[in-house]
Design a protein around this ligand. Structure first.
Ligand SMILES: [Zn+2]
Length: 126
């Protein structure tokens, strides 16, 4: 993959990273506003805010931290020069696939095999 293409994907990944960080902040802020606006919980608002905040952190945290980790790994592969290669068979991942899924680690063929192996990406089980 040439430097121009790599730079294109790097920018796309960085934009997604920024977007996911913003998503988390917005969700947290609106949930906290809802709790603060509820008169019924005024007396225990400090406690409620804490509970809600923790619950959101937990729920969003798992999903978002996986997405962020995927993006981080993709950016790392760009730095290492292995971006766009299938992590299982080493073939080039088609650019069309990378446009759709910039964090893709496998080509479609290997992805299908991995998903067939019960959704695990542990290649030792294939
Ligand atoms: Zn492959």
């Amino acid at each position: 993959m040439d430097a121009e293409k790599l730079e294109h994907f790097r920018r796309t990944l960085l934009e997604q990273l920024t977007q996911h960080t913003a998503n988390v902040r917005e969700s947290q802020a609106s949930a906290l506003e809802m709790v603060a606006a509820d008169d019924g919980v005024k007396d225990s608002v400090d406690m409620s805010l804490q509970d809600v905040s923790q619950e959101i952190q937990l729920r969003l945290g798992e999903r978002e931290s996986k997405i962020v980790a995927d993006i981080d790994q993709a950016l790392l592969r760009i730095d290492e020069g292995s971006y766009g290669e299938c992590a299982r068979c080493g073939k080039e991942i088609p650019e069309r696939r990378l446009e759709a899924v910039p964090t893709a680690r496998y080509d479609a063929e290997c992805q299908t095999l991995i998903e067939a192996a019960d959704g695990t990406d542990d290649i030792a089980t294939l």
